[in-house]
Design a protein around this ligand. Structure first.
Ligand code: TTP
Ligand code: MG
Length: 354
């Protein structure tokens, strides 16, 4: 049966949270991230006004400051984001037949039945936007399509405060002209591999033999083919089962330099924390792996008393576990998180109460 899936994503989420707390800064370029005075760190996100200066997520904060010295620079306030996120998710859940939080500022809603109560899917999307804006003073963008992957692309199509509805019969013509990186999960690396094989648009993905895509990208190659051919049937609420996530770093030259080692730990922790965040998951066990100069490999792990998330905990526990190898020449180090579970969504918490 044909489904109707909505993907809702807050606009410039962290920046919007600060703006609603301090309305004086509304309309100004607001940049969240490191301290521009010290010139350290990167831009976490920024308001759409700041984006006009060419500022974007992950840009060094010093570069942002060069582009827009008159901007409003703020440090992140995760407590604030978490509480706004919970409120937003609570509202969104009420608009859904089935609800799935997909990150701090985004969710999928199966609205197959719910949407029929509105004049059109477009009116439904406007009602969602209106509700979030009046209750939480934040704008969001909505994509509506027959599948999760297309709804996600659609929500990004007319940001900020946009609505894009892609009916079943228009899905392929909507997807075809878009660059491959519009598909969720296609980052710089995957895009480069595809581009190297002459594939730049989703239409080219659609028309490439699935076996060939699998040869060049493995499992994710066949997944991209599924998306490009509008065959994504994942139900809302589904999460691929993930039991662990890990990442390793091999040094260009064996090192015992504490700063090099710490930088690598931070780099890995940041990526793992982002992956957790994307999947709305938390962990209990941190394992580290160390390979020394002579290729001897050691594993150490620690299980915490409760589930947690966040880069800082990953760093703190890993540093402790790495202590024992201080002074040794290290060739490779890795961090793995296990004992994973989905972070409870607002709806699940509500259900527990009633
Ligand atoms: P996004 O939804 O990707 O970005 P956004 O909401 O700031 O802007 P957009 O209007 O384009 O949706 O991410 C949500 C929040 O997650 C964002 O406000 C800050 C955080 N985030 C990071 O911490 N690091 C990152 O690299 C990105 C992209 C986002
Ligand atoms: Mg967003």
């Amino acid at each position: 049966m044909e489904r109707t899936v909505a993907h809702v994503d807050m606009d410039a989420f962290y920046a919007s949270c600060h703006i609603r707390e301090t309305p004086d800064i509304k309309g100004l370029p607001v940049i969240i991230g490191g301290d521009p005075e010290k010139g350290r760190g990167v831009v976490t996100t920024c308001s759409y006004e700041a984006r006009e200066y060419g500022i974007h997520s992950a840009m060094p904060i010093s570069r942002a400051f060069q582009l827009c010295p008159g901007g409003v620079y703020l440090r992140p306030d995760f407590q604030l984001y978490k509480s706004v996120s919970e409120n937003v998710m609570g509202i969104l859940a009420q608009f859904a037949d089935v609800f799935q939080r997909a990150g701090i500022d985004e969710a999928y809603l199966d609205v197959t039945r719910r949407v029929t109560q509105y004049q059109t899917p477009y009116h439904f999307a406007q009602a969602v936007q209106h509700s979030i804006l009046t209750h939480e003073c934040i704008t969001c963008s909505v994509g509506i399509a027959p599948s999760k992957s297309v709804a996600k692309i659609a929500s990004d199509f007319r940001k900020p405060h946009g609505v894009t509805v892609v009916p079943q019969e228009d899905v392929l013509s909507f997807l075809r002209p878009l660059p491959v990186e519009k598909i969720s999960g296609v980052g710089k690396k995957t895009r480069q591999v595809l581009n190297d094989h002459g594939i730049t648009t989703i239409e080219q993905l659609e028309k490439t033999d699935v076996a060939q895509l699998e040869r060049i990208l493995g499992k994710s190659g066949s997944w991209l083919w599924v998306v490009a051919n509008a065959k994504d049937e994942r139900p809302v609420g589904y999460r691929g089962s993930v039991h662990s996530m890990g990442k390793e770093h091999t040094f260009a030259k064996d090192t015992k330099n504490v700063q090099d080692i710490f930088n690598a730990v931070e780099w890995i922790a940041e990526r793992l924390a982002r992956r957790l965040h994307q999947r709305t998951m938390e962990f209990r066990t941190v394992s580290v792996k160390v390979r020394l100069k002579e290729f001897r490999t050691y594993n150490r792990s620690r299980t915490l008393p409760y589930h947690v998330d966040g880069k800082d905990v990953i760093i703190a526990v890993s540093r402790e576990l790495f202590q024992e190898f201080r002074g040794e020449y290290i060739r490779l180090l890795g961090i793995r998180l296990t004992n994973l579970r989905a972070t409870k969504t607002y709806q699940e918490t509500l259900l527990q109460w009633f």
